[in-house]
Design a binder for this molecule. Structure first.
Ligand code: OGA
Ligand code: NI
Length: 369
C-alpha cells in the first residue's frame, strides 16, 4: 500500500490527484473527452529512455529484428514442426518475443475483437462505470485505468478491460453486451493456440508435448483489452511503462498504430505491425522453469498523437493460489546447467512482482539462488 509518506514534500499532492482521477471512473478516455489539451501532471513519465536509443528494423531487415515465425505445418507436418520448435527456441533465447503468422485465427475475428474492445471503451461513461473497480477478488470481468494506479511509479495513458476466460470462464451475462460474443469466441481460439504453443515450448525443452500443460502453465487465461487514447503530449507520457509479464506466456494482438517496444541489447526495438500476425512473448515464470532458456524481456508501449491504439492480450498462467511449486525443471538441468532459481508458488512469485513494482526491476532476481 502506498502512504503519503512516500510522496516527496516538494511534489504536488499526487495521491489526491490520482484518487480524483480514479473516482471519476471514466478512465483516460473520459478525461480526454472533457477536452484536455495538455497532459495532466499525474501522467508525466520520468522513466523514459531517450528516443535515440530506439532501433527500428525495416521490413527488408526483418531477419535482424524480432522473428516472424510461420506456424503453417505445425500440427500436420512433423519436419516443419521441428523447424518451428527450433525457431521458437532461438527467438525466446535472444528476444523473448516473436510474431506468428498462419496461426489459424481468421482475420475477421482479429478485426472483430479489436472492434469489440474499442466499442466497450467508446461507450458513454455511464455505461462503463458499473464495471469500474480495483477489487479483483471473485470478479470475472473488470474495467479500470492503470492496474497499479497507486502502487506504480508511472501513470499510464491507457484504459483496460480484463476477463478471466479459463479455467472457470466468465458467464456470458457477466460480460458487457457490446463485446460479449466476440470475447467468448476469440478466447476459445486464443486458448487453442496457447495450447499449441505450450506443446511447442515443451518440445523445445526436449520434453513431451503435454509437459507444460500438465504443470498447469496454461491453467488460467485472462484476456486484457487495452485502449490507448490519442495523447496530447505523447513525448511526456507512456502507454504502458517498462515491465516484464508476470505469466508463462502472452499472446498479443496489436494494431497499425504501433508503439510496442522491446528492450534488446540495451536499446528499444519496435515490434512492427504485421497484418494478421500475433505477438508472442515469454513471461517470468517460463524464464524461471526453463532456467533462462526462454527470456522474459522488458517492454513498453509509447504514447502517440494518433489513436486510439487497441491491443488484446491473452495471459496464460496457473490460477492465483495454485499450490504447485515452480522451479527450474530437473529434466533440463545438468552439471553444466545448474539451477539458477529457487522454487516458488505462483502466489509467492506474484507477491514479489507487486512488491518490486512496475519499474522494470526484475522480480525474478528475488528468487535467484
Ligand atoms: C501487456 C503489454 C502491450 C500492448 O499487456 O502486458 O505489454 O501492446 N501490452 O498493449
Ligand atoms: Ni506486457
Amino acid at each position: 500500500m502506498v502512504t503519503t509518506a512516500e510522496v516527496e514534500p516538494s511534489q504536488y499532492d499526487r495521491i489526491t490527484e490520482l484518487k480524483a482521477f480514479d473516482e471519476m471512473k471514466a478512465g483516460v478516455k473520459g478525461l480526454l473527452d472533457t477536452g484536455v489539451t495538455k497532459l495532466p501532471r499525474i501522467f508525466v513519465n520520468e522513466q523514459s529512455l531517450p528516443l535515440d536509443q530506439l532501433v527500428i528494423f525495416s521490413e527488408d531487415d526483418q531477419a535482424a529484428g524480432i522473428p516472424v515465425i510461420d506456424l503453417d505445418g505445425a500440427t500436420n507436418d512433423p519436419a516443419k514442426r521441428k523447424e518451428i520448435v527450433k525457431e521458437i527456441l532461438d527467438a525466446c533465447g535472444s528476444w523473448g518475443f516473436f510474431q506468428i503468422i498462419n496461426h489459424g485465427i481468421p482475420q475477421s475475428m482479429l478485426d472483430e475483437i479489436r472492434d469489440g474492445v474499442r466499442k466497450f471503451h467508446e461507450q458513454p461513461t455511464a455505461a462503463k462505470k458499473a464495471y469500474y473497480t480495483r477489487e479483483y477478488a471473485g470478479k470475472k470481468f473488470i474495467y479500470n485505468s492503470n492496474f497499479y494506479l497507486f502502487e506504480g511509479p508511472v501513470t499510464n495513458w491507457r484504459d483496460t478491460i480484463s476477463a478471466i476466460m479459463a479455467p472457470n470462464p466468465a458467464n456470458p451475462e457477466d460480460l458487457p453486451e457490446v463485446c460479449r460474443d466476440i470475447i467468448v469466441e476469440y478466447s476459445k481460439e486464443v486458448i487453442r493456440l496457447g495450447h499449441l504453443l505450450f506443446e511447442l515450448f515443451s518440445e523445445a525443452m526436449g520434453l513431451s508435448p503435454n509437459h507444460l500443460t500438465d504443470m498447469d502453465c496454461e491453467e488460467e487465461m485472462m484476456l486484457l483489452g487495452h485502449y490507448y487514447p490519442p495523447c496530447p503530449e505523447p513525448e511526456k507520457a507512456i502507454g504502458i511503462n517498462n515491465h516484464k509479464d508476470n505469466d508463462f506466456l502472452t499472446i498479443l494482438l496489436q494494431d497499425h498504430i504501433g508503439g510496442l517496444q522491446v528492450l534488446h541489447d540495451g536499446k528499444w526495438a519496435e515490434v512492427p505491425y504485421v497484418p494478421g500476425a500475433l505477438v508472442i512473448n515469454t513471461g517470468d515464470l517460463l524464464q524461471l522453469i526453463s532456467n533462462d532458456k526462454f527470456l522474459s524481456v522488458v517492454h513498453r508501449v509509447q504514447s502517440k498523437k494518433v489513436g486510439p491504439r487497441i491491443s488484446v492480450a491473452g495471459f496464460f498462467r496457473p490460477v492465483f493460489d495454485n499450490p504447485r511449486l515452480f522451479r527450474p525443471m530437473k529434466e533440463i538441468l545438468s552439471e553444466d546447467n545448474p539451477a539458477i532459481y529457487k522454487e516458488c508458488t505462483n502466489k509467492e512469485y506474484l507477491k514479489a512482482y507487486f512488491q518490486t513494482g512496475q519499474d522494470g526491476t526484475p522480480a525474478l532476481d528475488r528468487f535467484k539462488l
